[in-house]
Design a protein around this ligand. Structure first.
Ligand SMILES: Nc1ncnc2c1ncn2[C@@H]1O[C@H](C[S@+](CC[C@H]([NH3+])C(=O)[O-])CC(=O)[O-])[C@@H](O)[C@H]1O
Ligand SMILES: O=C(O)C(=O)Cc1ccccc1
Length: 244
């Protein structure tokens, strides 16, 4: 197992910082990278587990879209009490999927899990009582986000729950500067250097585009969710619940 490896990807100066990608190098250090980079990540994963106890209905499907190494999948497999359910985790990074399958196989649970390599925009969503988009929508082209949420909503049952976690923007320059600065200080406190923070920021610039809480709420409303609210925010990281 390599999941305690330290993220040193941006520790040396790069002549040119390439766009961020979920390749083998990132997969190797991903648990360390995400825990040191996303404030509240462990709280959000634990809460997804708790929500699965409450919202998953018997004889239904549960989706973890952009599952990476399966942290939310494993939290839900622990949490689900309902009978005859299955969890489907999807990721389009072959390196992630390979390692995710190892994580899933390393533990046992009564709810079966299938990890699929694919684009979440192409897969079929049906009979779903819970869907997780934990920091995944932010990597989808902005013009394609509404269509994806519509498809998810159409595959969900009444009373079903979507958890949507995203890095957000406030649309107020002063506040955005403050929240980004707090996030960078958080990363500095977790051992990243100024250089690492700066190079990661430029690697993400073109591939991870943020929306405001208002834009996310409007999209979820348009997609047909009936009850929508942020339930978590730390700096510029927010998680929403949306109930069908
Ligand atoms: N179109 C796509 N189709 C499928 N997968 C995609 C797509 N675009 C990006 N991904 C995948 O979405 C994941 C985003 S990480 C999610 C963390 C996880 N949810 C966690 O709870 O630990 C978030 C982050 O690193 O900030 C990566 O594994 C990508 O390969
Ligand atoms: O590292 C950052 O600055 C982030 O915004 C979060 C993140 C975490 C892991 C992969 C990509 C982005």
């Amino acid at each position: 197992m390599h999941h305690s490896d330290t993220d040193l990807i941006y520790s040396k100066a790069h002549k040119q910082v390439k766009d961020f990608a979920f390749d083998a190098q990132v997969v190797e250090v991903f648990p360390d990278m995400i825990a040191r980079s996303v404030p509240g990540y462990n709280t959000i994963i634990d809460t997804i587990g708790r929500l699965s106890q409450q919202f998953v209905q018997k004889n239904t499907n549960i989706y973890d879209l952009g599952c990476s190494l399966g942290a939310a999948t494993l939290a839900m497999r622990k949490g689900v009490n309902a009978d005859n359910c299955q969890i489907i985790g999807v990721d389009n990074s072959a390196d992630m999927v390979k390692r995710c399958k190892m994580h899933v196989d390393a533990f046992k649970g009564k709810t079966p899990v299938t990890i699929v390599e694919g684009n979440i925009q192409d897969i079929d969503i049906n009979n779903a009582s819970m869907v997780v988009l934990n920091f995944t929508l932010q990597f989808i082209e902005k013009e394609q986000r509404q269509a994806l949420l519509n498809k998810i909503s159409q595959g969900m049952l009444p009373g079903g729950l979507l958890v949507l976690s995203e890095k957000i923007a406030k649309g107020d320059n002063k506040i955005d500067e403050l929240l980004i600065d707090l996030h960078h200080k958080f990363k500095r406190d977790n051992g990243y250097s100024e250089l690492e923070v700066a190079q990661k920021r430029s690697a993400l610039e073109k591939v991870m585009l943020t929306d405001t809480i208002e834009v996310h709420t409007e999209r979820l409303t348009n997609a047909g969710f009936n009850h929508i609210s942020p339930w978590f925010q730390c700096f510029n990281f927010t998680s929403f619940v949306a109930i069908k």
